[in-house]
Design a protein around this ligand. Sequence first.
Ligand SMILES: NC(=O)c1ccc[n+]([C@@H]2O[C@H](COP(=O)([O-])OP(=O)(O)OC[C@H]3O[C@@H](n4cnc5c(N)ncnc54)[C@H](O)[C@@H]3O)[C@@H](O)[C@H]2O)c1
Length: 263
Amino acid sequence: MADQLKGRTVFITGAGGVLGSTYVRRMLAEGARVVASDLPGKRAEALREAHDLNPDFRFYEVDVSDEDQITTIFQRIEKDGWQVNVVLNNAAITGELLMGAGKPFPDFADLSVSDWEKTMRTNLTAPFMVARQMDRDIVGRWPCTLINVASMYALNGAHHRIYDGMPFKNFSAYGVSKAGIHGLTVWLAGYWAARGATVNTIAPGAVFNGHSEEFQRRVGELIMLNRMAKPDEIADAMLFLASPAAGYMTGQIVNVDGGFSGW
Ligand SMILES: NC(=O)c1ccc[n+]([C@@H]2O[C@H](COP(=O)([O-])OP(=O)(O)OC[C@H]3O[C@@H](n4cnc5c(N)ncnc54)[C@H](O)[C@@H]3O)[C@@H](O)[C@H]2O)c1
């Protein structure tokens, strides 16, 4: 389908990641204007290199955990001439990101309050701040939609055994933050309905990103389709949620997980 997103101006947080960069590419191809944002660094640079020449693409450095940056973002974008009508709360700290830099992945008993709070700040407080800013600057002024990004481990417990012997584990604060973000969705859906705004959650399954054969086998056994997802398969559902075709949906969670949550 071409031009599925004509007339949409999409603001994406954490746009330089595996999924975010796929959404940017696919949304531009569908006729959207895309306002991508991320922390400064290699991912941001790669995104700009790929799309800076496209007049429908703009990039803003935004740290979603910084309240001042969030409270000014939609005004900045409007001052530069664009009015956002689709927002993706996509940025997140995953266990791998937080615990990276060569540190061993901590057991639950060793998880520090500061690592827990850092995860909550980025994965849950930041989406709240973005939604609050939509409420202040956009909701009620023109029709808009918010898509919160959760995970297959938001409303389902993690299968801890598949991480035995792996360099990473499922990370408690991550799953808890992702359950919370769907709480934000259902709370806001009714609150915004009368002002012409919708809000939904997408819950991606396990996306392949260079995982070992053994991990793919273990996680595949938990998935009806018996394999990990390709980023474009998550983007297919994201495009739908961002499009006018999803106009009668609000307060929903859309699982794109190969049947993981359906057993
Ligand atoms: N990849 C998967 O298997 C999977 C599965 C379920 C859900 N998800 C969710 O999808 C979303 C995207 O995941 P991904 O796989 O592309 O992850 P990723 O790690 O590749 O990308 C996350 C992006 O968020 C950015 N980010 C982190 N902290 C930030 C901050 N303070 N401010 C701004 N940006 C920040 C990072 O720089 C990075 O570009 C996340 O919400 C993730 O939890 C991913």
